[in-house]
Design a protein around this ligand. Structure first.
Ligand SMILES: Cc1cc2nc3c(=O)[nH]c(=O)nc-3n(C[C@H](O)[C@H](O)[C@H](O)COP(=O)(O)OP(=O)(O)OC[C@H]3O[C@@H](n4cnc5c(N)ncnc54)[C@H](O)[C@@H]3O)c2cc1C
Length: 623
């Protein structure tokens, strides 16, 4: 103990993770599983991997992220499977690229299971404490200090502070200093971040009320069951979780909208109380009613929060209206006439940083060893947070082990798209992953995440031997099936089968693959010809997509090859952009700030146009 400052060494680690939300948990696991002695700080042990909003994991594009996290050796997919109340494949009627798994999760079980995993992790010390300051020397991280003066000397810190940094909740006219769900906010760290050179700004998000399930009249709602014929999130699991509880669908109506519009001046979003930017793609019900005036109803999904609780989440009714307005609007909805609200909806504002100051490894450009991941990077969503946490933790570990970093390209993973968008374009509003953000999405499907990433994860030391072997076995089966699909089908049998679908007799010989390309499902081919039933569902799916989308996949790969030509042209980190003649002023400023790693990344910076890229190409060729 230092008598004058009350400072003491709390623990000595190689890395400290600040925050045990979805980013922090994956970061801590990536570090410890690759042999780094790590301390994990959280304001409250009860908020470990807490799901403060939707009790669900996955969904469009987010499901892709979960499978990528899993393929790289992360934990989210494993726990999502273990704690699922039901699991569904979304967008089954659409193309393979946009199909995504979504699990309804048992919120408390998810938290408990992640806590159990962390508690049983070698090299990890979990401490309930608030990080107040990041300690540095000569531009390098040297430790973390807690509000009580505890110092944890370390060489790397991963900041995963989520929605807690100077968190303020807002409901009606009541503004409180608070994290989500009544948890305490973190009130000291922002000052230290500003001193380090971070540009801090403020975003907001919101959540709906939770209802007492006993008081909902489900007979007025449509039941939504999970899928039976489905596979799990984790490539390590062979069987999908059993559906335990259904969800229900109901709708707002003109009465609900009238209540909202009549009380708009009491909405913090419309009376000037909330000025920060919220998530465009998860708007509050107030915003939806104002923005889509002509819409007569909006969907509301009633989702159970767990097996051991009566709380029901009302997805689609996110609001920060005063309590009396919330009661009136909820009770105007079919099925919710007598529903009791057990937790009211609220909005939350928090501090986050500008990711243009962050490298593609998620390390801060101005201080070595300081990484950021999750909501602090301006993203929204558990999956986005977990994906960044894994990459930040893994890159910190790789650096501590003097190994090259893992930077996933946009054509390799949604995680690559997410991080590249953040560090190249930045974001002025909470960023959420969407399939439309991925230009190579036909190649980045959720079914092939292991094909794209598992060997990379193994090379970094994060993927276990058991996972690698499971992947290699799946790959072998897939290749075997693909070869079988390309074998010839007896002509008469093929003709008879095709005639059932209105096709003429084929002119030459046909393979199973040729039949599949006529948009006939593999399942029907299997049933008719009595073939391939020995293959697991996930092998059949990947092979079927490979065959059916062969043309698109070929085009996709050609596009990737073309893009790679620019990605392969590295830009030295010490370029003096100001001195390159021919670059426009805006391009010079942006290039100087963002310091892209290669010409491909440079071309994606807003304000850098093709003419600037040509100038850089000429400049590179003369060096
Ligand atoms: C009200 C609300 C509504 C939301 N709505 C949506 C939505 O509609 N859709 C969606 O996808 N996502 C939504 N989210 C976002 C989702 O909760 C987050 O994206 C996700 O949890 C972020 O994960 P994270 O790991 O970055 O941070 P969090 O899960 O917020 O975890 C942060 C962790 O950091 C710890 N911490 C913070 N500061 C310190 C410190 N100084 N010292 C020690 N520990 C610290 C906390 O204790 C906590 O463990 C919502 C969140 C809230 C609160």
């Amino acid at each position: 103990m230092n008598e004058t400052t009350n400072e003491f060494i709390e623990y000595t680690a190689e890395a400290v993770v600040v925050g045990a939300g979805h980013a922090g948990c994956e970061a801590a696991l990536a570090l410890t599983r690759t042999g780094i002695k790590t301390a994990l700080l959280t304001l409250n042990l009860d908020s470990i991997a807490f799901l403060p909003c939707n009790p669900s994991i996955g969904g469009t594009a987010k499901g892709h992220l979960v499978r990528e996290i899993d393929a790289l050796g992360g934990e989210m997919g494993i726990i999502a499977d273990k704690t699922a109340l039901q699991i569904r494949m979304l967008n089954v009627g659409k193309g393979a690229a946009v199909q995504s798994l979504r699990a309804q999760s048992d919120k408390n079980a998810y938290h408990r299971e992640m806590k159990r995993v962390l508690e049983n992790t070698k090299n990890l010390r979990i401490i309930q404490a608030e990080a107040a300051e990041i300690l540095t020397e000569n531009g390098k991280c040297t430790g973390v200090k807690t509000t009580y003066g505890g110092i944890i000397p370390c060489k790397a810190v991963i900041l995963c502070t989520g929605v807690y940094l100077n968190g303020e909740t807002i409901t009606g006219h009541v503004v409180q200093k608070s994290g989500p769900n009544g948890f305490a906010p973190a009130t000291h760290l922002t000052e230290s971040l500003i001193k380090l050179g971070f540009q801090v700004r403020r975003f907001k998000t919101g959540t709906p009320a939770r209802l007492d399930g006993r008081t909902i009249d489900y007979s007025k709602c449509e039941i939504q069951n999970g899928d039976e014929d489905i596979y799990p999130f984790s490539f390590m699991h062979d069987v999908a979780p059993k559906s335990k509880l259904p969800c229900y669908l109901t709708y707002t109506n003109l009465k609900t909208h009238e209540i909202i519009l009549d009380n708009l001046e009491r909405s913090p979003l419309y009376n000037g109380t909330i000025l920060s930017t919220g998530p465009r793609y998860c708007p509050s019900i107030e915003t939806k009613v104002v923005r889509f005036k002509d819409k007569e109803r909006h969907q509301i999904f009633l989702e159970p929060e767990g097996e051991d609780t009566l709380e029901v989440y009302a997805q689609g009714l996110s609001t920060s209206m005063p309590h009396d307005v919330q009661r009136a609007m909820y009770s105007s909805v079919a099925g919710l006439e007598n529903a009791d609200i057990v937790r009211y909806g609220y909005a939350i504002e928090y501090d986050c940083i500008d990711t243009l100051d962050v490298l593609p490894t998620l390390e801060f450009k101005k201080v070595e060893g300081v990484y950021t991941a999750g909501q602090i990077n301006g993203t929204s969503g558990y999956e986005e947070a977990a994906a960044q946490g894994l990459i930040a933790g893994l890159n910190a570990s790789l650096k501590l082990r003097s190994l090259p970093p893992l930077i996933l390209r946009r054509d390799e993973a949604y995680i690559g798209v997410l991080i590249d968008d953040l560090v190249t374009k930045g974001t002025d509003e909470p960023y959420r992953m969407m399939t439309s953000r991925a230009e190579h999405r036909i190649c980045l499907r959720q079914d092939n995440a292991d094909f794209r990433l598992t060997e990379k994860g193994y090379a970094c030391g994060l993927v276990t031997k058991a996972r690698l072997e499971k992947y290699l076995a799946r790959k072998e089966k897939y290749e075997e099936l693909l070869a079988s699909l390309r074998t010839r089908v007896e002509h008469k049998a093929a003709t008879d089968f095709l005639k059932n679908y209105g096709y003429d007799e084929p002119s030459g010989s046909v393979s199973y693959a040729d039949i599949l390309k006529r948009t006939i499902p593999l399942k029907e081919v299997m049933d008719y010809f009595g073939v391939f039933s020995q293959y697991p569902k996930n092998v059949l799916e990947t092979a079927e997509i490979t065959v059916k989308y062969e043309g698109y996949l070929k085009q996709g790969l050609e596009m990737i090859e073309r893009a790679k030509k620019l990605e392969d042209k590295a830009l030295p980190p010490d370029i003096d952009y100001q001195s390159i003649a021919g670059l426009r002023l805006e391009a010079r400023e942006k290039l100087d700030r963002i310091r892209p790693l290669n010409l491909g990344q440079a071309g994606r910076i807003s304000g850098v146009n093709p003419a600037d890229i040509s100038v850089l190409m000429v400049w590179l060729s003369t060096r």
